[in-house]
Design a protein around this ligand. Structure first.
Ligand SMILES: [Zn+2]
Length: 472
């Protein structure tokens, strides 16, 4: 799901003005309350037994949330996101310390930022370094080949001696590795440095005053995590229309640390969203086969087997109706789908995982794709301008995969997507049909699921108690 358009509008309420002052004080108080509960929470948040997080490389250590007494809640610290230059700086600084004290004449590192269109040669030429040196650096070992594919915004750290000759170069490759090229004798030698990351848990909580984004910002959540939060609950809550002042949320997420310093953040481990008094909860779980998803504490998937809409549409131009005058045929004819007006060429996504059963032209549908999902469901995407490359009957598609592009082929007055949702062969209204949930935690993993997620559920309980206590 793509929430960008929602957040660009910043989820403002359409209704009356919220009771700003009161709610805001409440939010601040909730923040203070979190400090008091920190000790209890630290115990509850202890890492699940055994398995380290499996989507990560071995040097990752899981550690429970640890808060020094009196310190602000960990979640309140501003988070660094992946493309934050400050993070790259921190990476560079930490890298610069790898050599450590004890080595004589610690080099002074200069940080260069890769610009659009830069090659290493071009970047270093600006520093007055000759092409022969560049060649020697790039050919200093198999790992050094990475230097041929620099991307804008990346950083190169450079150390030079008193004569200006390059003594070492460092190229941070994400948070966990750095390519280092060092002068040795007459030439250079490249090697990879590994920086073990430690994962800790942090939390944030807030009360909605006028928009999710403002409340999340106040709670110290990065935009990335706020989007992730909306993504998790977006199947049940329409963040553009359903939010109300007084709705609240709490989030437990991972932070990444290197040498004791926070260098980034991971994903959401658990979250709660109370929308108009209704409590929604989700915990992240990776099963022993390596599949990760968000589930309710009971093990049901928070996702649906189908997306509600197959296209980022501008407006609904025709709803599901059993009688309407057809704009081209000018006859009364049932409209057994929904038309989404969207610009020509807008990507159309498969709303659910399934198998393509038809791809081609078909009468008034024009260019159309039909997908079967299990035994009961078929979805139809018509009037396409073209199909996604490689899409053929018999192919499997994932949920959200682009299958074609909006057009006006067949009986259509302008570019739009005609979308049908059929259950057991019967056309149903895609806007109102009850969408089945995605697969729950399989029965064989239920015990494992309960054991691993129990600490997260307990932590959500604690966060809620704190939040509620502060409101009274
Ligand atoms: Zn239609």
């Amino acid at each position: 799901m793509d929430y960008t358009p929602l957040f660009n509008r910043d989820c403002k309420f359409l209704g009356g003005r919220p009771a700003r002052r009161r709610v805001s004080r409440r939010a601040a108080a909730a923040g203070a309350g979190l400090v008091l509960a920190a000790a209890a929470l630290a115990a509850l948040l202890a890492a699940p037994p055994g398995r380290a997080s499996r989507e990560d490389t071995p040097p990752v250590v899981e550690r429970p949330l640890a808060l020094p007494p009196g310190a602000p809640a960990a979640g309140v610290a501003p988070a660094r996101t992946g493309d934050d230059p400050a993070q790259a700086d921190a990476a560079g600084d930490a890298v610069a310390r790898v050599g450590g004290p004890g080595k004589a004449a610690t080099p002074r590192w200069r940080t260069l930022t890769v610009r659009r269109g830069d090659s290493l040669a071009r970047l270093l030429a600006r520093e007055g370094i000759d092409p022969r040196t560049v060649h020697a650096l790039v050919t200093s070992g198999p790992e050094a080949r990475r230097l041929r594919r620099l991307r804008p915004g990346e950083r190169i750290l450079l150390a030079r001696d008193a004569e200006g000759a390059v003594t070492a170069l460092r190229y941070p490759l994400g948070l966990e590795r750095t390519l280092e090229v060092r002068r040795e004798g007459d030439g250079y030698r490249a090697r990879l440095l590994h920086h073990p990351l430690e994962r800790r848990q942090a939390h944030a909580a807030g009360v909605i005053e006028d928009s999710l984004f403002t409340a999340a910002q106040k709670a110290g959540l990065s935009d990335r995590l706020t989007m992730a939060l909306a993504g998790i609950f977006g199947w049940d809550i329409d963040f553009a229309l359903d939010l109300r002042p007084g709705d609240r949320f709490s989030v437990i997420y991972e932070t990444l640390h290197r040498d004791g310093e926070r260098v980034g953040e991971g994903g959401i481990l658990a979250a709660e969203f109370v929308n108009r008094g209704r409590v929604h909860r989700a915990v992240r779980y990776t099963d022993p086969e390596g599949r990760t998803g968000y589930y309710t504490p009971e093990g049901r998937s928070v996702r649906r087997a189908f997306l509600r809409t197959p296209v980022a549409f501008t407006r609904i131009s025709s709803r599901f109706r059993l009688r309407r005058r057809h704009p081209v045929l000018n006859r009364i004819r049932a409209h057994r789908g929904v038309d989404y007006a969207a610009p020509h060429g807008t990507p159309v996504k498969a709303t659910g995982e399934g198998k393509v059963i038809f791809r081609g032209r078909k009468g008034g549908y024009g260019k159309v794709v039909m997908i079967r999902h299990g035994a009961r469901y078929v979805t139809v995407y018509a009037h396409l301008s073209r199909f996604a490359r490689g899409l053929r009957a018999g192919r499997r598609v994932r949920q959200g995969q682009v299958i074609g592009y909006v057009g006006a082929t067949g009986l259509a007055t302008g570019p739009h997507l005609h979308y049908e949702f059929r259950v057991d062969g019967v056309h149903r209204n895609p806007l109102t049909v009850r969408l089945p949930a995605a697969r729950p935690v399989p029965a064989r993993h239920r015990e494992d699921f309960r054991r691993r997620t129990a600490p997260l559920v307990a932590a959500l309980d604690t966060l809620r108690r704190v939040q509620l206590a502060r409101r009274d």
